[in-house]
Structure formats: C-alpha cells, structure tokens
Ligand binder design. Structure first.
Ligand SMILES: Cc1ncc(COP(=O)(O)O)c(C=O)c1O
Length: 383
C-alpha cells in the first residue's frame, strides 16, 4: 500500500493474538496434538518441563506455574504470609489486576505516584508510604520497561521489606543483565494471550530463589495439599493446564526473537517521531525495554486517537482510570501522600489523560514505518 493515508482494513490494533498464532501455527498445533494424544491434561510432563525451561530463561531457581498473572501476584503475597491488616506499596498507574491481587489477600494496597518519563514507580516516594504495617513492595515493570529496581532494592533492604515484582508486561526485560523476576524476592508473570509470551487461554508463573516460599506456593496453588494430599493450610486451585504449558514451551523458544521484533518497530517509531510534540518512551541506561506497549504522551491524546482510527490504526489507552479511582476499589486502596497539600497522585492522573498506546506487536513489522508516518503527520497537524 503506497499511500500511507489509505484506510487499512481490518483495523490494526495494539495486540494481535491471531498474528501470534499464525507465526507459531505449526509448532502450536503439534504441541496441542501431543497433549491431546498423551491423555494427561493437568499436572503432566509439559507443565513440569515448562517450569524448568522458564526457570532457565529467567535465571531463577524455582518457577511455579499458576492459572493467571493475578493469581501469581496474590499467591506470592499469601506465601509471604501477607493478609488482613497488612499493607503493600504499589502504583495506581497499572493494570487493575495489580491492585486487585493485593485486595484479594485482604491486605491494603497503598499507592504512590510514578516517574513521569518511565511511567513506573517513583521509588523515592516509597519512603513516604512505608509504615509499621508495610509487608511488601510491588513495583510494576509497566509497558515492558523495568521499574527503578536499583534504588528500590536499596530502600527495601534498609527496611527489610520483600519486593514482589509485577513482571506481567516485561518478560525478557533486563537491568544490567539481570532479568526481571530475579531481582525481587518473587517475580510474577502473566501469559494472557496478548502478552509478549502469550498462552491461548489464561496462565501465569512465579519465580523465586527462596526454597521455603516455593514449596509453600506449590501447596497453596493446589488446595493447600502436601505430598500426601493432606490440606496443611487453606489453598486454591490455580494450576496451569498441559495444553497451555505445551503452547508456552514452543513460544518461549522464540520469545527473544519476538521481543527483538518489537524493539525494531519501536526503533522505527522513535526515529520517525523524534521531533514530534509527543513525549516518547524512554529506556534507562543498562535497562532493556521489551515494548509490550509503545506508549506516547500528548495532551491531545483523544484527538490523535480519533484521527488514527480514521486511518485504520487502533491506538489504545493503558490506562484511562487510575486503580485508586475505580469505584469498586476506592474503599480498598489508600493513597500515600508525599505532600499533604497535594491531593491524589498528580503524575498518575495526568498520565490517565495523556497516554496513548501505538500498536507494536511483531505481526505488524512490515507496516511499522507507515504507521509511524501516520502518527507523525497526525501529531504535527494537531499541533
Ligand atoms: C501489569 C499487570 N499485572 C497483572 C496482570 C494480570 O495478569 P492476568 O490477566 O494473567 O491475570 C496484567 C495483565 O492483565 C498486567 O498487565
């Protein structure tokens, strides 16, 4: 298509699980058949092998597969003994699941603001939020860029508070060669179909080097059973099924290649939009960004989004409502104020009005420069 203004049909969207399936079709179909023919659909060799392979990829001693990223987060907190009366410091500029997982344990999420350029936890605000009930800190590696773990590790170790990393959007991202999921006490991953490593259903995993926490997690993810199937504590059913594990194993083989494709598309956007009026995503030195989402910031976000839509480009908003402002969560979430005169979380609330996600999934590699030109033209004309 030579004319970049020509309307694309169907609309390009921020994610495409179908493109992902087509890229991996033969391996995925073979993996599904292998499981179907094995007659073992839960708790079999595929899940066991996936846990070993993912542990090797991330560089963690243990991987515990679970049913979703949300379960990974809430079970991690439970395995640390966190529940009613406790507090967990996190951000409000995140998927609602982060905060929902904390609420599910009975603990209170205490939310702090984010850094305006990385859009991840402003770790210097942690000090304003730590109190006698703080039992964990949950940074979110949002959009595929790691949160500021270097400073956070220092603060957490001074206060003796464990870090539970929300890695749902950042599998494969690194800080100085350390993969996310190995820096905190526990790392939590989601394999929701649109994620960089996506299942064809729900799935999640927890990484840790702590033997005690790992065995507790294995117990509470399955009714609280011990090896003799005696319920030693209250647990849930959060097993990954064999079909998802087999699919994830085949896709894990190509995860780095897929992340590189995302980085190349992002490079095209960064180059084309370098002089535009939008704020572009940053990658801190010694960090890698795996671009689960390519998120720009602009005051006229809604007009840009409408104009993009008319050219067949579906841009998304992650996230239009900060977690602490969702009606069903207001009473469960506490906002930590660094400055008593400031009400709310100013950066978080500004981002809710200005962020726009431009499609960056590997399936659109060939149209990246056309999309980049369209985005640039629209932003320029709006300015
Ligand atoms: C940052 C973040 N945390 C947690 C989750 C929850 O993952 P899941 O949808 O697998 O429960 C998601 C995904 O939606 C996410 O993006």
């Amino acid at each position: 298509m030579a004319d970049s203004k020509m309307k694309r049909n169907p609309v390009v969207s921020t994610s495409s699980p179908l493109d992902d399936f087509n890229t991996h079709r033969l391996e995925v179909e073979a993996a599904i058949s292998r499981v179907l023919e094995s007659g073992v659909y839960i708790d079999g060799k595929e899940t066991e092998a996936f846990e070993v392979e993912l542990a090797e990829y991330i560089g963690a001693k243990h991987v515990i597969s679970v049913n979703s990223g949300t379960d990974a987060l809430s079970l991690s907190l439970r395995a640390l003994g966190i529940g009613i009366g406790d507090e967990v410091i996190t951000v409000s500029h995140t998927a609602l699941a982060t905060v929902a997982a904390i609420v599910a344990t009975g603990a209170t999420p205490v939310v702090i603001d984010v850094d305006p350029s990385t859009m991840t936890m402003d770790v210097h605000q942690v000090l304003n939020a730590v109190g006698e009930h703080t039992k964990a800190i949950m940074p979110v590696h949002l959009y595929g860029h790691p949160a500021d773990m270097v400073d956070l590790e220092k603060i957490a170790s001074v206060h003796g508070i464990p870090i539970v990393e929300d890695c749902a959007q950042a599998i494969g991202a690194e800080i100085s060669g350390r993969r996310v999921g190995t820096i905190g006490h526990l790392g939590c991953f989601s394999f929701y179909p649109t994620k960089n490593l996506g299942a064809m259903g729900d799935g999640g995993a927890i990484t840790t080097n702590d033997d005690h926490v790992a065995s507790r997690l294995r117990r509470i993810k399955q009714y609280g059973w011990d090896a003799e199937r005696i319920g030693q504590e209250f647990g849930v059913n959060s097993r990954m099924d064999e079909i998802q594990a087999a699919i994830l194993r085949t896709k894990l083989n190509r995860l780095d290649q897929m992340n590189r494709a995302r980085q190349q598309i992002a490079e095209t956007y960064l180059t084309t939009l370098a002089d535009s009026a939008a704020s572009l995503p940053v990658t801190l030195p010694a960090h890698t960004h795996v671009y689960h989402l390519f998120v720009v910031q602009h005051e006229q976000r809604d007009s840009i989004r409408t104009a993009l839509r008319s050219r067949g480009i579906g841009a998304g908003i992650h996230y239009a409502t900060p977690a602490h402002l969702h009606p069903g969560y207001r009473q469960n979430v506490r906002v930590a104020h660094s400055d008593p005169k400031t009400f709310g979380l100013p950066i978080t609330e500004k981002l809710a009005r200005t962020v726009l996600s431009i499609p960056v999934h590997p399936g659109l590699s060939t149209s990246a420069s056309m999309i980049a030109n369209d985005v640039k033209e629209i932003i320029d004309s709006i300015n």
